[in-house]
Design a protein around this ligand. Structure first.
Ligand code: IPM
Ligand code: MG
Length: 370
């Protein structure tokens, strides 16, 4: 009997709870059919936590996150909380989890499902078969750098400061993850910064180059300025394998890359910490799409990114490749059979609600496990 796997589920706001509901059904299915015993705690984050407790993440939930094997995260934010002061915003809940759990490595795959190659706004030949990995540094850079803040000036105007800061060890550990990932893929890393205008960019490039020469000569390393990378991603995305970049550039480039695939509603992500003495990493899995308040509560959101985030969790946190495979295969089969949620709807396909997509997935899982 394998030990229980501890899972903290944080559905959050907007479409988070409704897509999470479908994934919970799949978790229950796994529990029954594959004898994976999950010990699940559910908590509040973002606006949901603000409404109940006055903070976007309570200390108790933070402690739960530190103690669990993996966090499954929905989405946070919405117009209801937009006018709150900066430190109370729902997004702070997510940023606190990332920072305090030390989740410095954010894996954002951009993968085109063959069935959806026509849903992209780019031409099929540019994106068909695309499989790239954006590796975003997640606990440093301008998101957390000090000093930061707004000060009032004597003349009545204001001055705002954010600080972009990186140290050698911070760059080294994320670039190391990039090389390791590349070795299991197509063995190419493109390191992205703006060494032409930023000191952090110069240090980033130096550090990547040095680590490459010392330990990863077998991997092909190239460097690119972030603005050029944005252009190249649209011009010829298949030139890339792993892209490693800082927190802010990674935020931008991963949104860009996600749209190459035709649907934000399809893309999962994993955020990982450093391995501890036993090799275990703290981890949080979340879909790339946000809370999508405009469609929340209508049962039309696409649950597949949330589902595929759960599959990533099975793979990276629990080493359950077979179980991850079966989840991913169920998603692909449902798409291949012509079922779509509204966001990826195409002519001639059958449109499903969020719940109906969950139903189809469970049916497919039953077949795959039979
Ligand atoms: C993301 C989001 C977050 C970020 C927000 C919600 C704070 O855009 O995960 O990409 O900027 O990192
Ligand atoms: Mg973003």
């Amino acid at each position: 009997m394998p030990a229980n796997k501890k899972l903290l589920v944080l559905p959050g706001d907007g479409i988070g709870p409704e897509v999470m509901r479908q994934v919970r059904r799949v978790v229950d299915w796994m529990d029954k059919r594959r004898a994976l015993r999950f010990e699940i705690t559910e908590g509040l984050v973002g606006g949901a936590a603000l409404d109940k407790h006055g903070v976007p993440l309570t200390d108790a939930t933070m402690a739960d996150a530190q103690a669990t094997d993996a966090v499954l995260f929905g989405s946070v934010g919405g117009p209801k909380w937009d006018s709150l002061p900066f430190d109370k915003k729902p997004e702070r809940g997510l940023l606190r989890l990332r920072k305090e759990m030390g989740l410095f490595a954010n894996l954002r795959p951009a993968l085109v499902f063959e069935e959806l190659a026509d849903a992209s706004t780019l031409k099929r030949e540019i994106i068909a078969g695309l499989d790239i990995m954006i590796l975003r540094e997640l606990t440093g850079g301008v998101y957390f750098g000090e000093p930061r803040g707004v000060t009032a000036l004597p003349d009545g105007t204001k001055r705002a400061v954010d600080t972009q800061v990186y140290t050698t060890p911070e760059i080294e550990r994320i670039v190391r993850v990039a090389f390791e990932l590349a070795r299991k893929r197509r063995n190419k890393v493109c390191s992205v910064e703006k060494a032409n205008v930023m000191h952090t960019g110069v240090l980033w490039r130096e550090t990547a180059t040095r680590l490459h020469a010392a330990e990863y000569k077998d991997v092909e390393l190239s460097h690119m300025y972030a603005d050029n990378c944005a252009m190249q991603l649209v011009r010829n995305p298949k030139q890339f394998d792993v892209i490693v970049t800082d927190n802010l550039f990674g935020d931008l480039l991963s949104d860009l890359a996600s749209m190459l695939t035709g649907s934000l509603g399809m893309l999962p992500s994993a955020s990982l910490g450093a391995p501890d003495a036993t090799g275990r990493r703290k981890a949080l899995y979340e879909p790339i799409h946000g809370s999508a308040p405009d469609i929340a509560g209508k049962d039309i959101a696409n649950p597949l990114a949330m589902l595929l985030s759960f599959a990533m969790m099975l793979r990276y946190s629990f080493d359950l490749a077979d179980d991850a495979d079966i989840v991913e295969r169920a998603a692909k089969t449902v798409l291949a059979a012509g079922y779509r949620t509204a966001d990826i709807m195409q002519p001639g396909m059958k449109k499903l609600s969020t719940t109906q997509m969950g139903d189809m997935l469970l049916k497919e899982l039953d077949k795959l496990a039979a």
